[in-house]
Ligand binder design. Structure first.
Ligand code: THU
Length: 136
């Protein structure tokens, strides 16, 4: 079980990587940090495109980077959106993708530049996940 100190550290990594976001259109940087089972942290940023619909969120980019490195299970996620004061949660598509690789009880923290932070779980973000039952 991840403690507050570890979650603070994971969030700091999400905040740091957010500066690498490619977001010239929205000007809304997002950084995501995934904690893998062995303690490795894999990060991702949002990557936009002039064809707006091709934009990929930070969370999914982190998942793709992790899978390419051989990591398939993540125990915690932190998301930083420094261009909003208040916390901004992951989009619907990312919630489903995250549920593929994370337990319902896995902690998720997201926060903007202000003091408010949301500490929740994958299961709260993506409830009634009956598709989990189809996985072996
Ligand atoms: N975005 C993310 O990267 N993750 C989220 O959870 C919400 C939205 C990105 C997509 C786009 O580049 C920008 O934020 C504004 O929507």
């Amino acid at each position: 079980m991840i403690d507050k100190e570890q979650m603070d550290k994971l969030f700091a990594q999400a905040r740091q990587i957010a500066d690498k976001a490619y977001a010239p259109y929205s000007k809304f940087r997002v950084g995501a940090a995934l904690l893998c089972e062995d303690g490795t942290v894999i990060t991702g940023v949002n990557v936009e495109n002039r064809s707006f619909g091709l934009t990929i969120c930070a969370e999914r980019n982190a998942v793709c980077a992790a899978v390419a490195k051989g990591y398939l299970r993540f125990t915690a996620l932190a998301i930083s959106t420094p261009d909003s004061v208040e916390p901004t949660g992951p989009c619907g598509a990312c919630r489903q993708v995250l549920s593929e690789f994370m337990a319902a009880a896995a902690p998720v923290r997201f926060a903007g530049s202000g003091a408010n932070q949301v500490n929740t779980t994958v299961g709260e973000l993506y409830p009634f996940d009956s598709l989990h039952e189809l996985k072996g």
